[in-house]
Design a protein around this ligand. Structure first.
Ligand code: DON
Length: 587
């Protein structure tokens, strides 16, 4: 449930004349209008958070300053995924061309252990002691440390920590108007949030529920943000906020202690760099699986003329599904936190290896997932798992600096528990670890040894914040939520842009498909495939399923290589998302 499936009947004009001429579609997402700017743009899953970032750009901040403000603001206006109680990844592109990655993923607490989510008979627990619900599901949050590190090392120096937090504090203190989308999200999570008194009081208005049009104030969260403004980011890890988190954990049977909070560290990493048809792809390394899988899939596609398949949805879906299956098979086998397991990154990205992965490709026969072997043979390792709710935002500034940031509570509203008196909703990121070998998670992802729980370890992720450069210059900033669908969403936005020449709004809006190796199933959004294409794919042996929810929520910015004009494209699947320009261009 990334977002409610805001599938609007689409005026077919763009599709009939555009990328899929002749394709009759039942319902696909409408595009949102592009936002243009000559200076900066912030695109996020909530217009108020984009505006918070744009304000910081107007005050002289750079992309990182704006990203920090947007990150804090999303914790207020998008409580399902925006957070200070979770973690994520930020890819930073500095105006001078240097790139870096800030990994502020949650870590397993010291008391965590391999079998902590197993009950009698080795069965994976469900309910309040599980890896998905309640206090024991939370990993040590990294967001506050990550945003602070970003501001301190890559901010312009013109925006203080307190200034970057201020828009969020005001939104929490003064409140914001609940949208229809927010009302829907909160209602959908009522069963989870209702199990925790503090969450019920805040997010469900004591049980009666928030209605669109009402003003939602979060005084406890405002006070927490004010403490951070006053005392600095360490307050979260060592001060009053830390003490409240640890006390609640202790009381409620959670595992995070004061020492865990104090010991939390971000990791700065070199991004993965790859190439696709002359563009440089700058993306997320492990502990995300996203960058490796993305580069593998692009590598497999590069040998084929994807553009020539623009009028052949069945052939294109078949090719993409086959590529996805192979990349996700490797993901399942080899990926985990590089501080704890050896991830064969160079081998997985070796062009000869990637080419060889497609030796078994047939243009008219689906490869059964059970027959797809991991390409490097069996290593003592294995796969990931995750669920549904995360958020991505993209920022470009006037000087050409950029941020691609994806962060998460994992499930929508995380573990459901809010630390009393703080307004901090906690993540359930522990569910991204393997709870038991070979047991598929809620979303069908198979787990493996490389992703077993160990104290201090980061759970494997699919988050794929990504940049494209053209001749060394910033071209595209993109990413998405959606668990395993994140990687395939980024893949499709990139290929829609490069292979099909779509402008960003169309590249983001076009209906998507998803295959994750296991289960052996090709999911498609309504409108992605014609009846004839569906019939052809079925005949080729694909098992097809229309996706119940929309796939991904891509917040994307393109920089026109000819003019330097920035085009912000927010995903129409999410009713609250918006790109906001630093200086709005009048028409
Ligand atoms: O890190 C991951 O891959 C997951 N925790 C992300 C979950 C997610 O994207 C759900 N989104 N809608």
């Amino acid at each position: 449930m990334t977002t409610p499936p805001v599938l609007r009947i689409f005026a077919l004009s763009f599709l009939l004349s555009g990328p899929f001429p002749g394709v009759i579609l039942a319902a696909v997402p409408a595009t949102t209008p592009a936002v243009f700017a000559r200076d900066g743009i912030v695109a996020s899953s909530h217009g108020l958070a984009s505006e918070a970032g744009a304000q910081i750009l107007r005050q002289g901040g750079n992309a990182v300053d704006a990203a920090v403000a947007t990150g804090f603001a999303l914790a207020v206006v998008l409580p399902s995924a925006g957070n200070i109680g979770g973690g994520g990844f930020m890819v930073v592109h500095q105006a001078d061309g240097r790139d870096t990655v800030i990994d502020y993923r949650e870590t397993a607490p010291a008391a965590a252990s391999r079998g902590m989510y197993l009950g009698t008979g080795g069965k994976v627990l469900s309910g309040p002691d599980s890896s998905t619900v309640g206090w024991r599901a939370a990993g040590v949050p990294g967001t506050v440390a990550g945003l602070a590190f970003a501001l301190e090392h890559y901010g312009s120096g013109k925006i203080t920590w307190a200034q970057a937090i201020e828009p969020a504090r005001r939104l929490a203190a003064e409140g914001f108007v609940v949208s229809g989308t927010t009302e829907h999200r909160l209602r959908r999570a009522a069963a989870l949030l209702g199990q925790f008194e503090e969450s019920k009081r805040i997010y469900l208005k004591g049980g009666s529920g928030w209605r669109a049009g009402e003003t939602f104030r979060q005084p406890e969260l405002a006070a927490t943000l004010e403490r951070l403004q006053r005392a600095g980011w360490r307050e979260f890890y060592e001060g009053e906020t830390a003490r409240r988190i640890a006390a609640a954990m202790h009381r409620e049977g959670g595992t995070i202690t004061l020492a865990d909070l104090k010991n939390y560290r971000i990791a700065e990493r070199a991004p993965l760099r790859g190439a696709y048809r002359g563009y440089t792809v700058v993306t997320m390394p492990p502990p995300s699986s996203g960058g490796i899988a993305l580069l593998q899939m692009l590598g497999m596609l590069e040998a084929r003329d994807v553009g020539a398949l623009r009028n052949d949805p069945a052939a294109r879906a078949h090719l993409f599904a086959e590529v996805m299956t192979r990349a996700f098979r490797d993901r399942a086998e080899y990926l985990g936190d590089p501080a704890f397991v050896q991830v064969p990154v160079a081998q997985l990205l070796d062009p000869a290896y990637i080419r060889a992965r497609m030796n078994s490709f047939s243009p008219n026969r689906a490869t059964p997932s059970a027959s797809v072997e991991p390409g490097l043979g069996r290593l003592p390792v294995s796969p990931p798992r995750e669920s549904l709710q995360t958020t991505h935002f993209s920022v470009v500034d006037a000087a050409g600096g950029a941020v691609s940031n994806t962060y998460t509570l994992n499930g929508a509203f995380g573990c459901g528990a809010t630390v009393p008196g703080t307004g901090i909703l906690l993540n359930n990121e522990m569910d991204d670890f393997m709870s038991a070998p070979g047991v598929p998670n809620l979303f069908g992802l198979i787990q493996g040894e490389s992703n077993a729980i160990t104290p201090g370890k980061r759970p494997l992720s699919s988050m794929t914040p990504t940049l494209l450069l053209r001749s060394g210059k910033l071209f595209l900033v993109t990413g998405s939520p959606g668990g395993p669908t994140i990687i395939n969403t980024v893949l499709q936005v990139v290929t829609n842009t490069i292979d099909l020449g779509m402008p960003p709004c169309a590249a983001v809006a076009a209906p998507r498909i998803h295959h994750q190796w296991m289960p052996d199933r090709l999911d498609y959004e309504p409108g992605a495939l014609t009846p004839a294409a569906l019939a052809q794919l079925r005949a080729e042996g694909h098992i097809l399923a229309v996706s119940a929810d929309s796939i991904g929520d891509s917040e994307t910015i393109e920089v026109d290589p000819a003019t330097g004009v920035r085009l912000g494209a927010s995903d129409p699947r999410n009713g609250d998302s918006a790109a906001v320009a630093q200086t709005p261009v009048s028409h």
